[in-house]
Design a protein around this ligand. Structure first.
Ligand code: 13P
Ligand code: SF4
Length: 357
């Protein structure tokens, strides 16, 4: 039985919420027949999910961003939840949290633009301390990261002396600095078992912790943080989709509640889910996760029909082509981590990265 600890305080930690003044697009690039021809191979990757009318708006941004990237020596790391025009149009690397952390550690160029949320940009900064790391919108937070503070973790240490603390990467650098090692949804079981301890605190996602508990004999002590996107799915809703779509394969992320995972055919990280669909090519698939994932994988598996309960992550959706363009143009918003915090947080992240290497 997984043990759940109640949050000790509610103060938001990770997501710095600011309102950035908006300036209009000034890329001066028009959607001409020549541009349409030049970017035709790029549009090809997303034409199943982006209409020609939308593309006429996106294409000039795609051109302007790719030109600016080359000029500035920048790379764009895009999470699997980015919209297709970002995912296929301007990103240099795409993946789940672990893959993006690995890419950040070896990224070439002087600038990393994180097309994802704030904790991911902090992780990139920890692993690439000499690079400028930009997040296109500072409001791109995460309900899991906001569910726990560094002070909470210090209290947990007092409450559970000697018990190692594993933190999901969906936390602030300040929280990571108080923990022994980080994990992602793709390696949580491996990280927990690597510690060789009979009991481990796995924070802050209660549902990920409960899922890991089903995969290991190590006793897991959980925190009560939740992902606001995955906690909304219900088993009843999925059963109704299954009734309406006989034979549909249900693929879930481990941030989903246990009864949702209970009805799934496969559970894994965002990239694990994508790989499962690419390998198994079911006739119909339902990805129990953020809405853009199905759009991004559509081109790779045209034979698969996606059934879509559409839950959007409001934080991921802060990142738009326009915001990325302005970020590269004005070199904003730079993500920094306090040096004392960075030393300790980096240790926890590198311990995970090295474990997987
Ligand atoms: P992944 O590591 O599976 O990409 O998860 C990140 C995330 O935020 C899922 O909600
Ligand atoms: Fe956080 Fe959930 Fe959004 Fe992922 S989907 S960034 S866990 S709120």
């Amino acid at each position: 039985m997984v043990q759940v600890t109640l949050p000790l305080s509610r103060s938001a930690a990770a997501a710095a919420v600011h309102s950035a003044p908006k300036t209009g697009p000034d890329h001066g690039i028009r959607f001409t027949p020549a541009l349409e021809r030049e970017l035709a191979p790029v549009y090809d990757r997303m034409k199943r999910v982006v209409t020609p009318m939308e593309w006429a708006h996106y294409a000039p941004f795609v051109k302007a961003i790719n030109d600016l990237k080359a000029e500035r020596g920048a790379v764009i790391l895009a999470h699997n939840y980015m919209t297709p025009e970002i995912f296929h149009g301007v990103s240099d690397f795409r993946g789940d949290s672990l893959q993006l952390a690995r890419e950040a550690a070896k990224a070439k160029g002087d600038i990393i633009v994180q097309a994802g949320v704030h904790f991911m940009a902090e992780t990139s900064k920890l692993l690439s301390p000499n690079k400028t790391v930009l997040i296109p919108d500072l409001r791109a937070g995460c309900s899991l990261a906001a569910s726990i503070t560094a002070a909470d973790v210090r209290l947990l240490r007092e409450a559970y002396p000697g018990v190692p603390i594993v933190t999901y990467v969906n936390t602030s650098a300040a929280v990571k600095a108080e923990c022994d090692i980080t994990c992602t949804s793709s390696n949580a079981v491996k990280v927990v078992e690597s510690l060789g301890a009979p009991r481990v605190l796995l924070i802050p996602d209660e549902y990920l912790s409960k899922y890991v508990q089903t995969q290991t004999d190590v006793e897991i002590i959980a925190w009560r943080g939740h992902c606001e996107v995955h906690e909304r799915f219900t088993a009843e809703e999925l059963e109704a989709y299954r009734d309406a779509n006989p034979g549909v394969k249900i693929i879930a992320h481990p941030e989903c509640p246990p009864d949702v995972i209970g009805v799934a055919d496969f559970t894994g990280s965002t990239s694990g889910m994508i790989n499962w669909v690419k390998t198994n090519k079911p006739r119909k698939a339902l990805l129990v996760t953020e809405c853009s994932m199905a759009s991004n994988v559509a081109d790779d598996v045209p034979e698969v029909e996606f059934v879509r309960p559409c839950n959007l992550c409001p934080h991921m959706k802060r990142i738009s082509l326009e915001a990325i363009y302005e970020s590269l143009r004005d070199l904003k918003h730079e993500v920094t981590v306090d040096p004392d915090v960075a030393v300790r947080a980096r240790r926890a992240v590198e311990r995970m990265v090295n474990l997987n290497n």
